[in-house]
Structure formats: C-alpha cells, structure tokens
Design a protein around this ligand. Sequence first.
Ligand SMILES: Nc1ncnc2c1ncn2[C@@H]1O[C@H](COP(=O)(O)OP(=O)(O)OP(=O)(O)O)[C@@H](O)[C@H]1O
Ligand SMILES: [Mg+2]
Ligand SMILES: [Zn+2]
Length: 250
Amino acid sequence: MKDSDCPVCHGSGWVFWRDDEGREYGKRCECGAVERQIMENKLEFANIPAAFKTLELKTFRLDVYRQDESRKLIKDACAAIKYYLDNLEDMRKNGMGLYLYSGTKGSGKTRMAASIANELIKTKRFQVKFAGSMQIVNEIKATWDDRDRSESKLLTALASVQVLVIDDFGTELPKDWIGERFYSIINGRYQDKMITIFTSNMSLADQRYDDRITNRIKERTFQLHFPEESVRDLIAEQNRRALIEGMKGR
Ligand SMILES: Nc1ncnc2c1ncn2[C@@H]1O[C@H](COP(=O)(O)OP(=O)(O)OP(=O)(O)O)[C@@H](O)[C@H]1O
Ligand SMILES: [Mg+2]
Ligand SMILES: [Zn+2]
C-alpha cells in the first residue's frame, strides 16, 4: 500500500480533529507515514562522500604549504577553527558557521570542511549533511519530475538539518530560480539559527547572489581566507617519491 492510499490521512501522515470549542488538534496517523518519511530522510541524508569520510582534523597538514603568505593564512585559519570548535556550544546557540574561501583550487578548503563535519558527527553526535552546491541544485531539479519526492520537503530538510555543509558554493550559475532556492534554504537556517559551513572559490563579496543571501551568510559565518596555493602538486609529488622509496626497499 502506498502512503497516499491510507483512507485516514491520505498520505499526509497526520489526522486532525476539533474539540467542542473548535480548537484543532493533530496526531500522527497510525499508518506510520510520518515515521516512514523520517526514516527516508535520514537515509538520504548525511552522505559525506566516501573519500572524505575518514579525514580528520589531526591529519590536516600545515607543512604542505610552501609560501610564507600561505603558511600565515593557514595558521590563522586553523587557529580560528580551533577557537570555533572549542566554543562550539556558543556557536551552536548563535547559529554561527564558517565560510572557507580561496580563489585557488586545491588549497584544502573541502578537506578542512569534511574534517570539521566528521568531528561534529563523531564527537558531538551532530546531524550533518554534506553536499556540493551543484548537487543541491541537481537534487532540487530531480524533485520536479518525480511524483514521490517533493521540492518543498527537500528544501525544508536542507533548511532544518542541524549542520549543513555546502561545498563549492557559487560554482552554480546564479540563475533567479537557483537564487530563490538558496534563499529559502539559507533564510530558513538563519531564522532557526542553524550552523552552515561553506567552502567557495569566491570571497563573500564576490558572490553573484543578491545581498538578501550574502548578508545573512555574512552575519552568521566567520569568513576564513585559505591560502592561494594548491597543495595538490606537492602531495602528488610526495606520493610519487614514497612509491619509489617503497619500491627500492623491496
Ligand atoms: N592541509 C592539507 N593536509 C593534507 N592534505 C591536504 C591538505 N590540503 C589539501 N589536501 C589534499 O589536497 C587535495 C586538494 O584539497 P581540497 O580538495 O580540499 O582543495 P579545495 O581547496 O577544496 O579545492 P577546490 O577549490 O578545487 O575545491 C585533496 O586530496 C586534499 O585531501
Ligand atoms: Mg573543494
Ligand atoms: Zn495514514
């Protein structure tokens, strides 16, 4: 039986009635539609990409940055993140999140955001959703031609998850309809004081969304400038050397 076939709630999961004075009450329908919706939401959620699941803050390296300016920036960013995590209870109460940005690709923004997400899940038992900005856009589109999934439910879920990580915010085209959806998510989180962590290749000032969105992010995040240096090449080079050393040792 599909939820919508329930003769009592017709799939809404809720039944309502009025008392003698006309006050309306509601309770969960016995068919269990609400419980099923909650489970489905939980399963679809969380999903930190496999490659990031094991990343931890303590394996985030500072020695992979070569330029002095980069080392200064990453030291400042790490100090701010340590302060943030040490004072997490206050941050949670005030709905303060983080905005990690650098124009340069491969500087460690996503890695840091994933490590923070893992820390929040494992040691604080927070409910976290990690999603690429484009992935959010695609998930929204996917609800349009799927009668079993509703866009408004998805937006509500994104607006209300305890911690939302939006990776690569701003890579999607700033079309009106996309701006509307991000506004709805970000404004919902703003009103309920929920933590949002962004990574981006743009400073907040360079984002092409209108300031209804950027002002809310500005108010509720610490903006941390990551190094303008890619560590991908260095790490690839180190892996290559380690491989050669390993082969020599055999
Ligand atoms: N400080 C670090 N210590 C160890 N590994 C790192 C560090 N920074 C980045 N890496 C590794 O380098 C690669 C690139 O990092 P990451 O994907 O986090 O960059 P990014 O800034 O998010 O790049 P983009 O702008 O392209 O999204 C990843 O494999 C990541 O694990
Ligand atoms: Mg990234
Ligand atoms: Zn029912």
